[in-house]
Design a binder for this molecule. Sequence first.
Ligand code: 3HC
Length: 692
Amino acid sequence: MTALNAVADLTVEDEVAIVTINSPPVNALSRDVREGLMLGVEKAEADATVKATVIVCAGRTFIAGADITEFGKPHAAPYLPDVLDRIENAKKPVVAALHGTALGGGFEVALTAHYRIAVPSAKCGLPEIKLGLIPGAGGTQRLPRLVGVETALEVILSGTPFSARDAKQWGVVDALAEEGKLAEGAVAFAKSLIAARAPLKKVRDRDEKLAAARGKPEIFEAIRQAHAKKFRGFEAWEKAILSVKNAVDLPFDEGVERERAMFMALLGSTQSKAQRHVFFAERAAAKIADIGPDTPTKPIARVGVIGAGTMGGGIAMNFLNAGIPVTIVETSKEALDRGVSIIQRNYENTAKKGRLTMAEVEARMGRLSLTLDFRALAEADLVIEAVYESMDLKKLIFEKLDGVAKPGAILASNTSYLNVDAIAAATKRPEDVLGMHFFSPANVMRLLEIVRGEKTSKTVLATVAALAPKIGKVGVTVGVCYGFVGNRMLAERQREAGKLILEGATPAQVDRVLTDFGLPMGPFAMSDLAGLDIGWSAETSKGESIRDILCEEGRRGQKTGAGFYDYDEQRNAKPSAHVETIIRAFAAAKGIAQRDITDAEILERLIYPMINEGAKILEEGKAQRASDIDVVWIMGYGWPVYRGGPMFYADTVGLNTVLDKLKEFQAKFGDDFRPAALLEKLAAAGGSFSKA
Ligand code: 3HC
């Protein structure tokens, strides 16, 4: 074995050269890896005893793509296109041997090899779109040559990896190796190529699969239309379609050149920077300062959920999906029946869409037990309380739970606002208590705010943090404060939205500004969806807010056919002239002058106070890092990923711009806009939240 450089070595076995890349964690295409590939192929070419070359990776995966940490920094030779040219133009066959995830630039390396072999568990894909990019090393030119434009665009626009079996069926890989025996299989395959004097097959030379799309621009137009809604606001996807179209319309080298130019332009875009930020933010969120791999965790084999409402049911589904049995406790049979039928219906709907088999629906429902007997919670390793927001009720429940739960069980509250320390104090084991705040719909939204109480033990926190990915969630650890991270910031936005409609904006204008920004819904559409009467009561209502007036009139949101908007049978919203009259009259009665408000002011009034609140959250140590706040907003509230989260967005706008605007608003509208000390400090130092 000869070392080629720090991350690559070369072995010659009979007539086969084996280039092994070993650059943990994922063999990303750093300069060293690029150099290792280049040197490996060159050495193999120069060795007269070698007749074929195998490229294989050590560790968990074949090359998982370009090294994202290198993006935005000056690049050093050898450059990827040159390495790929070297592989493709080798005079002896090169075989790429795939395991783990051959993604992005890694898959593109494999596509320049003359042959590909994979173990059945391997996956291939071009996930660049998820980073606001298009494949930049020939992926949009070579993949359609192997699988045709429609399948290629499906792979590129979804960014989702496909299995080695699909790859074999599509002709992307030439052979499957036995699981766990990739290197041996690849060497045997290479020997068979030598024996057969197999040709140097170059993907670039094939174009029979492109023929079907030649002279048919309508194919691309149909794909564009099919994806337009999903990609609203995103830049990269149309470039991906264009680049694949170039594969059909242009000579190979020109197609590659244009692909590279588009890739480089996107690499410098704010959108791609934002999406790369989110990639790392999601991974950083899992890291908790004082918790490491040595922190012990507890096994969670059975979960209890208190409350079969919308939240309780959604929470239970996460565990049932992950194979963990759940017991739901309720106080009445009706509530239990209602809850279980919602879960059942949810699963059946997924099955109808073909995303779940009926056997799997049954298996999941089979893991669910229902009871009116609180004592059944004694068996649970983790109990999650999901009743309505009342501190008195929660205290009662936790006191009772303390008497029933087995020693060492984790006791969690799904409260969205309340003080977890006060809830913990209702038990004699506050170290076992924490908040697990799920976001509605709880079986869909990926965010889990893990609320660390003052006394929560490290083991309990580590256990829940490790559990989050197992149930498909991204856990973000937050401190105890009213509304935690997400809802605390949301309250700022809601307050301003309420003020803006009194000052002259319409609910539809406010909502449109936010949906134009990229959020799925504005505050008024959201209130209508949730129901305006949540937390409202007819007995105490005194017509003191627009909400009071609407609820008193029976306009309680979508469910009543009217709220801030009017709704038709299909629940399509239409602005309501009647509501606008109510708002105008209310403003007049309060002496609030109405004026035309620009979209720009609406956006700044809604978003900048949220950023300011985020800064206070950081100052108080209620979030570990600014990027955690971004993850909360992206995973929990549908903040557009191409804007990177509110704190990253503030960085792109410039902290001084945000600060100046807040000061201007403070002078005009009062202390709701008083800038956070941290924002003042960072802005003065020319800093940013990302680097704070
Ligand atoms: N560059 C740099 N670091 C990377 C990386 C990459 N491409 N991919 C993963 N990492 C790092 C992660 O940040 C993480 O670091 P940490 O341990 O310090 O937090 C570590 O590798 C392990 O990653 P995961 O925690 O995500 O491990 P998993 O086993 O869950 O997943 C994976 C592995 C499927 C490879 C996943 O990491 C992934 O999807 N990576 C991104 C792949 C990608 O997007 N590739 C395309 C890049 S763009 C490109 O190739 C352009 C080309 O067309 C020119």
